[in-house]
Design a protein around this ligand. Structure first.
Ligand code: MG
Length: 203
């Protein structure tokens, strides 16, 4: 399976990192070794001194598809969860300066803890999902999918023009404003519609 991550999909987050608001979706990928399940701890990586959290709604692809039209995109995912797109921000800043790829900043092992998944039909409206991240019981990020620049349907249509989506693939759909540094000992709680989905520690 693969993990596709959308960047700069919330205007306020693009602004906080002084990035332009994109005209079409931008994405990068993480390998399956980035995933952390079952609220297992995340070990702070050695190659960065400034790991940032980015809380994001995650879609799980349920059906193989290529050139999926926006109209039918909703039938290619059944389940929704929440995850953290951990980013070595200092390393990423260097990559951006040099025009290098982002993998060393984004795709390292354990850079993608993900929650359990629930059926999207269990949510009142998957186009209007509120989610939040608390660290050490302090609210850090609050978002709602209605503020995304590109909708789930637009993301799936765009990505599947280039890359075949397969069952089990995950799509991280972008983070709202409020990203910041993390440190060893931080306790993460992430919520969808007020329900706790993630609960893990940085070690
Ligand atoms: Mg992200």
């Amino acid at each position: 399976m693969k993990i596709i991550c959308i960047g700069r999909n919330y205007i306020e987050h693009a602004k906080e990192l002084n990035n332009p608001v994109p005209k079409k979706p931008m994405f990068f990928m993480k390998p399956d070794t980035a995933i952390v399940n079952n609220n297992d701890p995340v070990y702070y990586p050695e190659h960065t001194n400034d790991m940032h959290y980015e809380a994001e709604i995650v879609l799980k692809i349920s059906k193989k598809g290529k050139h999926i039209s926006e109209k039918f995109a909703h039938s290619y995912f059944q389940q929704i969860g929440i995850g953290i797109d951990f980013t070595a921000r200092d390393v990423q800043d260097e990559c951006k300066k040099k025009g290098h790829p982002w993998e060393i900043a984004k795709s390292f092992d354990q850079s993608a803890p993900v929650s359990k998944f629930i059926d999207k039909n269990k949510l009142p409206d998957y186009k209007n999902i509120s989610f939040s991240l608390n660290i050490n019981n302090e609210e850090r990020q609050v978002g709602n999918t209605q503020d995304m620049i590109f909708s789930f349907d637009q993301i799936i249509a765009y990505v599947s023009k280039l890359i075949t989506l397969k069952p089990g693939d995950l799509i991280f759909t972008g983070t709202p404003a409020g990203v910041g540094s993390t440190k060893i000992g931080d306790r993460y709680h992430a919520y969808i519609e007020g329900d706790k989905f993630l609960d893990f520690e940085i070690k």
